[in-house]
Design a protein around this ligand. Structure first.
Ligand code: GDP
Ligand code: MG
Length: 167
């Protein structure tokens, strides 16, 4: 029960907040190093006999545009084969072209991906994702879709359950 889980999404969707929920501050070993390795380890959850290593995968990361071209050719091949599952995090209140770019890369990678619709606590005020859902579903199939709030901890247990199923 051990493996790499990639947390992927454009800046500001709530990746760090989710990570802190998943591994807790004490367990997280974040690294600010640039993409010198295939994956940047963000944190490890070793509870209940599982070992989930949460990583930031440069090839799927929108902030690192320079490496994307290089890694895109390798997508779905060696650089990503050790990722058991991708958590694709989006902000339910704000869909942007950057989300679209991440989605396209994930679709190409053909990795098992869970769509996490974050910030549902704010969705009543603003729900920007709805008009884009059809396009999302047409581009790739998701293992699961989970509405959640990293900030409030809503449905984080459901995310953990899905992760453990894939370890
Ligand atoms: P990252 O850039 O993807 O790592 O995003 P962060 O984790 O740094 O979060 C970006 C901002 O969104 C911060 O101000 C968070 O407090 C906020 N945020 C994260 N998750 C939620 C959520 O579930 N609900 C709301 N309302 N805000 C959130
Ligand atoms: Mg962050």
């Amino acid at each position: 029960h051990c493996g790499f889980i990639a947390i992927v999404g454009r800046p500001n969707v709530g990746k760090s907040t989710l990570l802190n929920r998943l591994v807790g501050q004490k367990l997280s070993i974040t690294s600010r190093k640039p993409q010198t390795t295939r994956h940047r380890i963000m944190g490890v959850d070793t509870r209940d006999g599982y070992q989930a290593v949460y990583v930031d995968t440069p090839g799927l990361h929108i902030e690192e545009k320079r490496t994307i071209n290089r890694l895109m050719n390798r997508a779905a091949s060696s650089s990503l084969t050790d990722v058991e599952l991708v958590l694709f995090l989006v902000d339910g209140t704000l869909w942007t072209p950057d989300d679209e770019m991440v989605l396209n890369k994930l679709a190409k990678s053909q990795l098992p991906t869970v769509l996490l619709v974050n910030k549902v606590d704010n969705v009543k005020e603003k729900y920007d994702l709805f008009p884009h859902l059809e396009a999302l579903a047409s581009k790739m199939e998701f293992v699961d879709v989970v509405p959640m709030s990293a900030k409030h901890g809503t449905n984080v247990d459901a995310v953990e359950k899905i992760v453990r199923k894939h370890l």
